[in-house]
Design a protein around this ligand. Structure first.
Ligand SMILES: [Zn+2]
Length: 274
């Protein structure tokens, strides 16, 4: 992700990288050729639309194991009033703790994940839901737009800095390395595209794709100055993962929309939706 301007503390794949990943993904999927422009356009859009607070939804740290509340009956009783005010249904002391936890980001799955939905996984799910509805409504264009938007979040999770858990302050402190890495990825896009390797496997379902990308990226570890000599190798691996998952995602979309895999038959295939 990249937010326009240089006053942003966000970082990640640039819009151009998202576009290239999409382009590489549809290389082997001729049924999407006619949607190329829409796909390449809309895969970038979340970075332009989600600015300010919403930009934090391009990050995902993984689910947290809920901490045991140090609750007891008295505290539970006192919490009733807070509940009425819309606070959490936890004890008073914990409510205060939880507010701080939100601010300092110890519980959210993204930066400032104030409502539990301001994160990449929720954003991905939301886009898929919109896409599903559009497919049901046979609104092909809208379905493709939202498929591309979903792919954006799937791709974000292959960028190590998008899953690196830190506070908003930590993110600002690390800004230099983040922008350096983002620039590195964009500067070498041609190489990554040229050397990109994907396989033709049975497509995984959408949530498994997200989970697998997250796990693999997590295993990779952080982007640091120490591993800068390996950025090339790291980024190629992550680029390939982004392309592969995007490809599988679109294979599922193709089945769902009844698109013909055979480009020659695209116009007169009766199983085609449109
Ligand atoms: Zn993004």
């Amino acid at each position: 992700m990249k937010i326009q301007g240089n006053n942003s503390i966000n970082f990640g794949w640039s819009c151009e990288t998202h576009r290239q990943i999409m382009s590489a993904a549809i290389k082997d999927l001729p049924q999407f050729e006619k949607y190329r422009n829409t796909l390449e356009d809309y895969v970038q859009r979340p970075d332009h639309d989600d600015i300010g607070f919403l930009a934090n939804k391009h990050f995902y740290f993984g689910e947290k194991i809920p901490e045991k509340n140090f609750s007891n009956d008295e505290f539970v009783k006192e919490s009733v009033n807070l509940n009425k005010l819309g606070f959490l249904n936890t004890p008073v002391a914990n409510s205060v703790t939880n507010i701080f936890k939100k601010i300092f980001n110890t519980d959210g799955v993204s930066f400032m994940d104030y409502n539990g939905r301001n994160n990449a996984k929720a954003a991905y799910e939301d886009q898929i839901e919109i896409m599903d509805t559009a497919i049901e409504d046979e609104d092909e264009e809208f379905a493709i737009q939202n498929a591309a938007r979903a792919c954006h979040f799937l791709q974000d999770i292959t960028q190590p800095q998008h899953i690196e858990e830190t506070s908003t302050i930590g993110k600002a402190v690390d800004l230099k390395i983040h922008t350096d890495y983002e620039k590195f990825a964009e500067d070498n896009l041609d190489t990554f595209t040229k050397n990109c390797q994907t396989s033709n496997t049975e497509p995984r379902n959408s949530m498994k794709l997200f989970a697998d990308n997250f796990t693999a990226t997590k295993e990779l570890g952080k982007i640091t100055r120490e591993n800068e000599p390996n950025w090339n190798e790291i980024t190629q691996k992550q680029f390939d993962m982004a392309v592969q998952s995007t490809k599988e995602f679109l294979q599922n979309v193709s089945i769902q929309m009844g698109l013909s895999k055979n480009i020659e038959n695209t116009d007169n295939n009766t199983t085609d939706n449109k």
